[in-house]
Ligand binder design. Structure first.
Ligand code: GLN
Ligand code: ZN
Length: 765
């Protein structure tokens, strides 16, 4: 019989329970024991959901209080000394690595956090030193959680991040030069010990994730699989049977690695992203190995087309037999919201088009039964076919006016009127900025008060007038603070925005929104991506009112703030029935109108954020990547090029890994770029000199993900480092990203130091 399997379940709970508990713990409102109990409650609830849905293979150790890669850092005792030396308890040490710790005389910044493959989830980077050692933590979490499940009557399959991916996703700590993969022979024995412990605890199988197999791999990394999995495979029956899981792409280009797994039980592949790899992978499997077929999308919310999936799984069953095929989610369900059942406001027509995590558990179980015995789930199959038909025939998805406008887009619409040098001369006159201009990235703290008022407004407890007045006061406050701080380019603070994508989605045609569909982005931060269901257009201006008001009461240039087309697309759940380039161009045209409207209303600095541009990059080099870059860059340019030369276009990116991506960033032709940089080496900026980058750049001078307030000298040191790589007249001074997750006193403290540091350098030049 074909079994069903889930690779991981969202951790945050139906009502962002984990976020609330974490934040309460950080704010000293609940105890350590309370937080641990809440974690346990969530794990048990999630196992029950899966069991009730009829899922055969249920994961454990997929839960994490902050991040699962961070869990592994602690699990392998690979915690950098700057944390262990603080003698915090295990949980606080864990959070210190995740988010920094500035309390009770302890002051340590967080470890670097980066995007998890091409998703909007972030993981904490293993940060390793030259003479790194590893050992298994006491009371290892995977064993503990397996036993916890077992006690509650759930037989689970623990999930581990594999040794090669763990190292390949890590980096050398500052001051070390170790290539993490060279540490493999020290790490593998820890896995061996852990696997034995899991077996002893009663685990009969384990899922080991090696997602890096979807990348183009350096030979050193590729060659690491063999020794790692020979050692693990040699355990034989001393270890649970092992399924290697890959996701977010195909592994067809790394098939030569598969013999390394030949002593293992099976392999999971993502057939949503890459159904084409099926045949090639089947051919490589050993005579007894099983294939876990990832056909239920772990990354998007569209209901699975059962008929198509059944056909795909049947191909595998024909080749391998029913006992050697598992029907699975394509990846962990971490990337989809908890349950559709919470959504009371979705239009009835579209409600049935979606499946969230809870529903996907059901889908995966139905699908497994459908492959074995379609008649046993006939009603579900018929209902699914009806849903597919309703969506395909809906008028909601199709707007001829949008298509007409897209047909009229010309190449010239993508370009500014003159090259940077010429238009910059006009901007300089117009904006009158000092050397090392200071600015922020857009948002100021989203306080409790803001959330309360927004909630009241959403519920109809206050009028639009009352809410607008409240927002105005918030803008006034943000401007007063910027006056006090003496910043050079102001922002209005984005108090009216619940989220940088959702806010725009709510103002565009073609979207639908959810009320509870939260997805974890990092730590306790969750986002609620809107869903693109049809052709997109802008019925009315979206941000002009707030920016215009802000400009009217400030003495310095006001920066208008928009989310770029690629980011709007990437941080929404996109359609799966139209190519993403088409959806992106529709967004670009809507934003172009907004940019022009801002300018018409006296906003002469406009930032179009594209933090998601890089994560959209296909994971492998080659034609797919080139094509993506072409349409993504074009969309940004289309959205921004409608302005006069004297208007300054900014863009912003929340990542530092731009070296391999440099040409795309340069091609955007933005007058000013702000980029995350504070936690990486300033040396990365060298690419800007090497490539003679002419335009302006604000590499972030401090980490906004952490509540920690850096001292003034840290800012000066950072700026000094940047000046080794950037021309003074090119350098802007700004934080890494928006400040919405911070508290006002943290913001005031940090920005005071930042502005002082900028002024210090202004005097030197
Ligand atoms: N303008 C946005 C803000 O400041 C940018 C956020 C982001 O890049 N993630 O909040
Ligand atoms: Zn950012």
């Amino acid at each position: 019989m074909v079994k069903s399997s889930v690779l991981g379940f969202p951790r945050i709970g139906a009502l962002r329970d984990l976020k609330k508990a974490n934040e309460a713990y950080w704010g000293d409102k609940i105890s350590r024991a309370d937080l641990l109990a809440e974690g346990k409650r969530l794990r048990l609830a999630h196992w029950k959901i899966q069991k009730d849905a009829g899922v055969d293979i249920i994961p454990s150790n997929d839960f994490a209080f902050y991040d699962h890669v961070l869990d592994h850092i602690q699990l392998f005792n690979a915690v950098p000394e700057r944390y262990t030396s603080q003698k915090l308890d295990t949980l606080d040490e864990y959070f210190a690595m995740g988010r920094g710790h500035q309390k009770g005389g302890v002051d340590v910044p967080a470890l670097e956090m980066v995007k998890w493959f091409d998703s909007n989830y972030h993981y904490v980077k293993p940060t390793l030193k030259d003479n790194q050692t590893f050992s298994l933590a006491k009371d290892p979490k995977p064993v503990r959680e397996f036993l916890e499940a077992k006690q509650a009557g759930f037989h689970t399959r623990p999930v581990l991040l594999g040794p090669v991916s763990f190292l390949a996703l890590g980096k050398a700590d500052r001051g070390s030069s170790v290539d993490p993969i060279t540490l493999l022979d020290k790490l593998v024995p820890v896995y061996v010990e852990l696997l034995k412990a899991l077996k002893a605890a009663g685990a009969d199988s384990v899922q080991i994730d090696e997602p890096i197999l979807v990348f183009d791999l350096k030979p050193e990394i590729k060659n690491a699989f063999k020794p790692a999995y020979e050692a693990i495979g040699a355990l034989g029956s001393a270890a649970p049977s092992i399924v290697i899981a890959t996701y977010f792409g195909d592994i067809a280009h790394n098939l030569d690695v598969l013999p390394a797994f030949s002593n293992l039980h099976g392999l999971h592949i993502d057939l949503v992203r890459s159904p084409e790899q099926l045949q090639a992978v089947i051919k490589q499997l050993g005579p007894k190995q099983i294939l876990s077929a990832g056909v239920i999308d772990g990354r998007n919310i569209w209901k699975n087309n059962f008929q198509k999936s059944i056909e795909l799984v049947q191909t595998a069953v024909e080749a391998l037999g029913e006992d050697r095929v598992i029907v699975a989610t394509s990846s962990s369900l971490l990337h989809v919201p908890h349950t559709l059942a919470s959504e009371k406001k979705l239009p009835a027509e579209v409600f049935n088009w979606f499946s969230f995590a809870v529903e996907k558990c059901h889908d995966v179980s139905v699908l497994a039964r459908a492959v074995t015995n379609p008649d046993s789930v006939r009603a579900e199959l018929d209902a699914n076919a009806a849903t597919m038909k309703s969506r395909a025939e809906s008028t909601r998805t199709n707007d001829p006016k949008v298509k007409e406008r897209q047909a009229k887009v010309t190449p010239e619409m993508h370009n500014r009127q003159t090259p940077f040098e010429q238009r910059y001369a006009q901007q300089k006159k117009h904006l009158n900025l000092p050397l090392f201009p200071t600015t922020t990235i857009g948002s100021f703290p989203q306080t409790q008060q803001i959330r309360i008022q927004r909630n009241k407004f959403t519920k109809g407890e206050i009028t639009t007038q009352q809410y607008d007045d409240f927002i105005k006061k918030e803008i006034e406050y943000a401007i007063q603070i910027q006056d006090e701080l003496d910043l050079d380019v102001y922002v209005h603070g984005e108090p009216e925005r619940n989220d940088m994508v959702q806010y725009f989605g709510e103002r565009l045609e073609g979207y639908v929104f959810t009320t509870h569909a939260w997805v974890q982005s990092y730590g306790s931060r969750c986002v609620r991506p809107p869903i693109i269901v049809g052709d997109i257009s802008r019925p009315a201006p979206m941000t002009v009112k707030e920016s215009k008001y802000a400009a009217s009461i400030s003495k310095k240039p006001m920066k208008g703030m928009l989310t770029g087309p690629v980011t709007c697309l990437r941080w929404s759940f996109p359609r799966d029935d139209v190519h993403q380039s088409v959806q992106c161009q529709q967004l670009a045209l809507a934003l172009r109108d907004e940019v022009v409207d801002l300018e018409k209303n006296g906003i002469y600095v406009i930032q179009v954020d594209e933090p998601a541009l890089r994560e959209g990059l296909p994971l492998r080099k080659g034609s797919e990547r080139d094509a993506y870059l072409r349409w993504a860059v074009d969309s940004f340019k289309l959205s921004t090029a409608g302005v006069e030369d004297s208007t300054q276009i900014h863009s912003h990116f929340c990542y530092s890994e731009f070296q391999d991506f440099f040409h795309a960033i340069a091609a955007l032709d933005a007058d000013v770029l702000s980029i995350e940089n504070s936690k990486s080496d300033a040396k990365l900026l060298k690419v800007f000199i090497d490539e003679a980058y002419p335009r302006h750049i604000g590499p972030g001078v401090y980490d906004i993900h952490s509540p920690r307030v850096p001292v003034e000298d840290e800012f000066k040191q950072r700026i000094q480092e940047m000046l080794q790589y950037l021309r003074p007249e090119q350098l802007w001074i700004n934080p890494d990203c928006g400040l919405k997750t911070r508290k006002w006193d943290e913001v005031k403290g940090a920005l005071t130091h930042m502005v002082n540091a900028a002024k210090y350098f202004r005097e030197q030049y």
